[in-house]
Ligand binder design. Sequence first.
Ligand SMILES: [Fe+2]
Length: 378
Amino acid sequence: MIRFNQSHRNKRLALHYPSIHPDLKKYPGLMIQMLKFHKTLLDQGCWECQILCFPRYLCLLWVVRLDLYCLNISNGVCKETEYVEQMPMDITALKNGPPNFGAIVTGLDIVNVSDNDVQALEVAIDRYAVLIFPDQNVTDEQQYAFSSKFGTMEKATGDINQNSDRRLAMDINDISNLDKSGAILARNDRARLFGLGNMLWHSDSSFKTIPAKYSLLSARVIPDFGGNTEFADMRAAWSELDTEMQSECMDLVCVHSQLYSRGALGFEDFTEEEKLKWAPVKQPLVRQHPSTKLHSLFLSSHIGTIEGWPVPEARLLIRDLTEHATKPEFVFSHQWKRRDLVLWDNRVTMHRARRYDHTQKRDLRRTTVAGDARLLSA
Ligand SMILES: [Fe+2]
């Protein structure tokens, strides 16, 4: 599979704007050579170059730009293409984290992925649960297009802003401290206070009837310090529970709502409409991954109680389990760089954001792949 890096793409784009080279007429031999190169490219199937070379081939006799790109072609193969071919997608496990938890993906431009790439990534997600894609300079639309290759997409119905107050489209969860105009939210702004709930350990959309499968978070603007996202491996947390605790947890049903997670921080200023929108839903405490068949704890700060249990006793157990599941041996912390994109599997992980200077901008944007089906029958 041929892949193209950004510089190659820029050079190809440059071919859209040919200029008449003043010296061309002095070198008819060179002109013929270039014609041959382009013809050979067409014949040998450098498929992506063909698209742009073909119109140039037609007008080559009078419009040519003698740039390095043209001189970088030999034997019918673009040298830069050869170079990029030597850098296929690479998926490397994180070195300083729990085993088989978190990996870095390089050699992939998420704007240009094949079906084979997607399949390879799905295998990697099943193994590592969290994938980090550095240096992905994407638009919202490109992020959404990449995300949608992994399944049906969620709408951002978990956000608190009404449509008229939203900064971003409903396809994008606004994980920022910015208002509609792009200004930093005031310290006591309702949207900011609601967003602080992201700093509690949670699994995205566990408060929805069908909880999320994957989340993809893109860092557009990051503060100078802080604001890491931490991830915890719920598979390891489950496997390290003793058998007595495992059997106690196995058939329990938890009740999830954003009203609970925000309420835990003292944010209880909900409208009747919001109370209706985020009415509690039931989820199993233990779930099994459909591909790997591994069990994991399905914990989240959105849990308010356990079905059939007194609330204080339920919350104590959930607190105990959360303390266990977020011990250092199950956790790694991602320090964001601008243009990072991080993908995680909410079915087997929890995550939380960490504190940062609220007077600095932090603009992260999340697309969310919906789960396949509800986990409990209605
Ligand atoms: Fe989240």
